[in-house]
Design a binder for this molecule. Sequence first.
Ligand SMILES: [Fe+2]
Length: 348
Amino acid sequence: MKTLGQHLMTLCKATKLPSAVLSVVLIGGSLMTATPASADLTVYTDRPTARLQPIADEFTKATGAKVVIVEQAYPKILAQLKTEGATSPADVLFVKDLVYLAELSNLGWFQPMVSTLAEQSVASQMRDPKLLWTAITIRGRTIVYDSTRVAASELKGYEDLATAKWAGRLCLRTSQSAYNEALVAGLIETHGAVKAAAIVDGWVRNLATDPISGDTGVLEAIASGVCDVGIVNTYYLGQMVAKQPAFPVKAFFADALSTGVFGNGTGAGVAATSKQKELATRFIELLLSDKNQLEMSAANFDYPAKMGLLPTTLVKDWGVFKYNESNWTVVGSRAGEARDLMKAVQYK
Ligand SMILES: [Fe+2]
């Protein structure tokens, strides 16, 4: 028995319809829309559809092109791209982590864009050198501490958290998180593998408790006295403080005078399969408009990737900070080394 896709392919051949029509119709193996139009734009993303829909509507208003948002977790996006291969309907890939962006780049799922706006708006380390993708919203993965038990003056940076001063006082999220893969890949890129291993080994020795499954759990463990310090993405603290203004945990921006805070963020690029590179680039540029930058970053307590824009949420009160200058493409390509390093020092 033929699948729906095979039926539609036969139909396309029989009617001499372009296969692009089929790709618009078949999304995630299910019938999403029967409105074939070469101007339609398909976005594969792990970002919430509700947050992207107003931007999609704005794009449709400006260009006449309908936007189809296909939202699923990153592993499913990758699996779907692999299944679809060259016939994938994806025009834009928009995902949440530099490790994912690097993986999609390395697997050839992006094609370069031409965008003066992206080049002029986004710091060079936060976009691919060939503009295979650009950061859209950013955050630091930095140190957090209980302000009732620790003074900010006691903190320095990532390396310092590996010293005996913090023995039994540190909480970390598990090593399986892509956020920690990116962080450790950043340490390797910045300090070399030997020093990075010594730092992460020191962290593991200083743990107050087994690695915790999420960043929010790390913040809660610090607030409840299980540990004094931890490392989380800034937006998790922002979300927590928004809910509980008296939350005792504060952000400390690591290594301000040296290598800076390791950044990460969401990023978007034109899918290699897109036959509408200019339209897809225009969508990505719309994600970089001031209005959308401020709204998208605010929705997640993130920072705008566009330089010169300050966040509008409570995270602005924490001040500006220095990001590590390693290029995310290079950092992301070290994710495998980071996984091996974390395994070697028994970071669970
Ligand atoms: Fe997250």
